[in-house]
Design a protein around this ligand. Structure first.
Ligand code: PBG
Length: 333
């Protein structure tokens, strides 16, 4: 008899791959993933983003091919960002609602090409389109300080979301963190007859340095930061309030962003949300894993799958990730 009474032996359920799979609590599936994609004006061929190896600014042709590849691997939704020419940007971001603007033109191409086989989601935010790079329009407060004008911006988001719906987007995704944006966009879509277009609300979006590589990906003109509209990384109560408001205002999905450094937020949001909860594994999270993997410092494929599993375990129903196709390929064997 041993001096210990090992009646409890958790290792029993880890003995071999079959029993481990039998007791696995979290399973990834290609349909969990949403692939963020970039399409740019003025390219003759797709261009790799140097701080995001393996991610491209697409031409229309290469975009269509890449969406087809994702669909073949079982991805059910892509999220499209448009990159206009610098010369087309202005203070309001008018290419955002121009049917001929880079984003709307390519949304229309994708909807025509893929119908309802792949959900086409559009980024609904002005930062790619404004010459100052902010997510909204600027005005002055009564002391003469430059501010991002909430209500004037929300009106432009209404125009933008209707243009995206007209182009064929199944889902619009307001990412600008303006107050009241979900209610206003829902109303604008409904008035225009787009009751069937869903809203994925970036609800808990932090002013995060993990967005760094994204600025290159969209050729952002931003000087300064977004701390007057995106949340302080120190706070979590605010996330629950933002999420609750977005649900009340009519969000069909809510989102937490970034993902891995904010798993505590994700878990709390998942506990309270009656609608699906997405998490966005952002550009900097991707870049860190790619960089370490390409240097041979970590096992890229293993870290990729582990990070996605952790995000799902923490409560994500959908994961926006630049790894979507690679991860789906691994799952599909
Ligand atoms: C704003 C937007 C950003 C991202 C998605 N939508 C940038 C920001 O808020 O500064 C970041 C995505 C990423 O880092 O992968 N339209």
């Amino acid at each position: 008899m041993s001096t210990f009474d090992f009646t409890r032996r958790p290792r029993r359920l880890r003995q071999n791959p079959a029993i481990r799979e039998l007791v696995s609590e979290t399973r990834l599936h290609p349909a969990d993933f949403i692939l963020p994609m970039f399409v740019a004006d003025g390219l003759s061929e797709k261009r790799e983003i140097s701080s995001m190896p393996g991610v491209f600014q697409h031409t229309t042709d290469s975009l269509v091919r890449a969406v087809a590849e994702a669909a073949e691997q079982g991805i059910r939704c892509i999220d499209l960002f448009g990159v206009p020419l610098d010369d087309d940007k202005d203070a309001e971001g008018s290419p955002a609602w121009d049917p001929e603007g880079v984003l709307n033109r390519n949304l229309a191409v994708l909807r025509k090409e893929f119908g309802d086989d792949v959900m086409i989601m559009a980024d609904t935010c002005l930062d790619e389109f404004t010459d100052h790079g902010h997510c909204g329009v600027l005005s002055e407060d009564r002391w003469g300080n430059s501010i991002v004008d909430n209500d004037a911006t929300v009106e432009l988001y209404q125009k933008m979301s209707v243009a995206q719906a007209e182009a064929g987007a199944h889902i619009v995704s307001p990412s600008g963190m303006m107050d009241g944006q979900i209610e206003a966009i829902r109303a604008a879509l409904d008035v225009a007859g787009f009751q069937d277009v869903s809203i994925m609300a970036y609800s808990a979006k932090y002013a995060s340095a993990f967005f760094g590589p994204f600025r290159e990906a969209v050729g952002s003109s931003l000087q300064g930061d977004r701390r007057t509209y995106q949340q302080d990384p120190a706070n979590i109560r605010e996330s629950l309030l933002e999420t609750q408001l977005d649900i009340e205002e009519g969000a069909d999905f809510v989102m937490v962003k970034p993902a891995l450094p904010y798993l505590d937020v994700l878990t709390k949001v998942a506990e309270m949300s009656p609608v699906p909860v997405a998490a966005y594994q952002v550009s900097g999270e991707y870049a860190m894993i790619q960089a370490a993997g390409l240097n041979g410092w970590v096992d890229r494929e293993a870290v990729m799958m582990e990070s996605l599993t952790a995000i799902k375990r923490a409560g994500a129903d959908q994961i926006l990730t630049y790894f979507a196709v690679d991860a789906a390929k691994q799952l599909n064997g």
